[in-house]
Design a protein around this ligand. Structure first.
Ligand code: ATP
Length: 326
């Protein structure tokens, strides 16, 4: 009921009488009052005026189940939401509940991670109160070999979501990072449980630096947040909801072809490395090349110095700018 009351207050924009809330939800005035008190404790400012009712004064940057559910307006992506104020990693939680039958579209969100993960066993800095840590679980019918492309579907969705919500130009550093002003605001990690020819479930997690004010020294040179770049606080739940909207649409485009042909041009438009010289770091092999964009399966097409064109698969590869991170 908390989610529903929050929705009614938000959508009305003005006063909603206690009686109206009681009637809509078939509960007592005391029950309504209790929910309002809970919402206030969570940080919402709600004005109560005797003859007029309740009014949501402002929605601060609250992250929580009710807040997320009241903002996510998709058909399946981000439904339901499983929220924790603290967890080891939302990808770990998603996989654990994936084993127990969590449904397609379930979104796992936490305010803080104690064991946030990046690719290849790297860690993701995950303090409380400022960032989005979220993982969506899918149960697709396509072959496991297609799953790595979901990282790119999420990357595009995060970039579009950030730009839509903040106006900042968010670009993609192939395959899985989002950058603003050439610094990293988001990392994405896809993991799956599969047989040779069958996906049991696949999870894609995104860690997004939203209102972070400063970073540990080790990553301060390459990491940034939307707040640092844009100078304004961003409501995390609203951004997460917008990303889910973009993800739902982009995933459906992806699913129609089971590849990135329908998303390639949007992805390439946002590719920060496009037309630029990059350094390709393959295990045991480093070289410089000019990146031109992704192909239908999400490989990065580059032209090496000797003129040869190659398609790079994300797996073990990192891409750097010739002079720095991008
Ligand atoms: P590469 O660019 O080398 O390919 P990656 O994509 O493999 O990197 P990820 O797995 O996405 O990297 O993220 C892990 C790395 O990101 C860490 O090793 C660290 O350098 C950096 N990092 C960790 N936490 C954060 C954060 N909150 N914001 C930005 N960067 C971070």
């Amino acid at each position: 009921m908390k989610t529903e009351i929050l929705k009614v207050l938000r959508e009305s924009g003005g006063y909603v009488s206690g009686q109206q809330l009681c009637d809509s939800f078939g509960v007592s005035r005391t029950a309504v009052w209790k929910v309002i008190e809970q919402l206030k404790k969570e940080g919402y400012e709600i004005e109560a005026v005797r003859s007029r009712g309740y009014r949501l004064v402002e929605s601060p940057d609250v992250m929580g189940q009710a807040e997320l559910e009241s903002l996510i307006r998709t058909r399946w992506a981000g439904r339901p939401v499983v929220y924790a104020s603290e967890t080891d990693s939302t990808n770990i939680q998603a996989k654990a509940l994936g084993e127990k039958g969590a449904s397609h579209g379930t979104l796992f969100v936490a305010d803080r991670q104690t064991a946030g993960k990046g690719r290849r066993g790297r860690s993701w800095e995950s303090p409380a109160g400022t960032s989005i840590y979220m993982t969506v679980l899918l149960r697709p019918g396509f072959l496991p070999s297609r799953a790595p492309m979901l990282t790119l579907v999420m990357a595009l969705s995060v970039a579009e979501g950030i730009t839509g919500e903040t106006g900042l130009l968010a670009q993609i550093k192939w395959p899985n990072d989002i950058v603003v002003n050439r610094k990293k605001v988001c990392g994405i990690l896809t993991e799956m449980s599969a047989e040779v020819d069958y996906i049991n479930y696949v999870v894609t997690g995104a860690g997004i630096n939203v209102n972070t004010e400063c970073f540990p020294r080790e990553i301060a040179g390459t990491a940034t947040s939307l707040y640092i770049e844009g100078g304004a606080r961003v409501r995390r739940a609203k951004l997460a909801a917008r990303i889910m909207e973009r993800y739902e649409e982009n995933y459906e485009t992806f699913l129609a072809a089971e590849d990135l042909s329908g998303l390639k041009s949007a992805y390439n438009r946002l590719l920060v490395n496009r037309g630029k010289e990059v350094r390709i770091l393959e295990p045991g092999n480093e070289y410089e090349a000019v990146a031109s964009g992704i192909n239908d399966t999400g490989e990065l097409i580059v032209t090496a110095r000797d003129g040869s064109r190659r398609a790079i698969f994300a797996g073990e590869v990192s891409v750097r700018g010739v002079y720095g991170y991008v």
